[in-house]
Design a protein around this ligand. Structure first.
Ligand code: ADP
Ligand code: AMP
Length: 225
């Protein structure tokens, strides 16, 4: 299955991707994580992305599209779930073209709907492990030991772009440049909407139920063809 997870920053895309990956054996491809890895590795691409990320703007399409096309090319045949990409209609068009060139397409788009006021509290309370990438929240998803990763005991960090000022800019960027994608996908494919304001487990259950139904439909179609 090839999936796109849409939603405002802080809606819970990364958190839910981890569940989808575990249950459905798909590769999790997060453009934000890949950009942060490029920056940490000190690559030219990372350096070019830096100022955009720190200010809450989008990294230009010509940087991101090539980077994600490469990651998708290397994905296993079992499929992938895209998190944070595409983020502009142009990125979505280029993604569709790249997939179509190899006879593939996006099977489903999952849209996590959330109120801006909830997002701000989620992002400023987000903490992550610089070692394994696990994501926590100071109130909603606490690690067992305060400030330490459950998996490897590494000290948790706050992303610099999760400050209140940058969060406000990222939300503005989301509404202006990314939200129009929902309509793009409604016209071009199948969008399933989820109330991302519910608890992590409730959102997880709704998504997994939908994916199970999709899986069964795909299996039945494969048998009848
Ligand atoms: P995104 O990938 O969409 O930016 P994350 O998955 O990193 O969002 O989640 C943002 C923050 O909100 C994290 O600190 C995470 O632990 C927390 N979070 C995610 N989903 C929920 C939820 N359903 N309820 C409460 N907190 C959540
Ligand atoms: P995220 O981890 O998804 O919140 O992304 C962090 C930052 O990386 C964003 O605020 C953007 O600056 C940049 N970024 C991530 N994905 C994209 C994308 N698809 N297009 C442009 N910029 C992106």
């Amino acid at each position: 299955m090839r999936l796109v997870l849409l939603g405002a920053p802080g809606a819970g895309k990364g958190t839910q991707c981890k569940n989808i990956v575990t249950e459905h054996g798909l590769l999790h491809l997060s453009s934000g994580d890949i950009l942060r890895q490029e920056r940490a590795a000190g690559t030219e691409l990372g350096a070019r992305a830096q100022s955009y990320m720190d200010s809450g703007a989008l990294v230009p399409d010509e940087i991101v599209i090539g980077m994600m096309a490469k990651a998708i090319e290397e994905a296993p045949a079992s499929g992938f779930v895209l998190d944070g990409f595409p983020r502009t209609v142009n990125q979505a068009i280029e993604l569709d073209k790249a997939l179509a060139a190899t006879g593939l397409k996006i099977d489903a788009v999952l849209n996590l709907k959330i109120d801006d006021r909830v997002v701000a509290a989620r992002m400023t309370g987000r903490r992550s492990c610089p070692q394994c990438g696990a994501v926590y929240h100071i109130e909603n998803l606490k690690p067992k030991i305060k400030g330490q990763c459950d998996h490897d005991a590494t000290d948790l960090v706050q992303r610099p772009d999760d400050s209140l000022e940058v969060v406000a800019q990222r939300l503005e960027t989301y509404h202006r440049q990314t939200e129009p994608l929902v309509d793009y996908y409604k016209q071009n494919g199948t969008v399933y909407e989820f109330d991302a304001g519910e608890s992590v487990d409730e959102v997880k259950a709704s998504i997994l139920e939908k994916l199970d139904t999709l899986d069964k439909t795909r299996s039945a179609d494969a048998v009848s063809n």
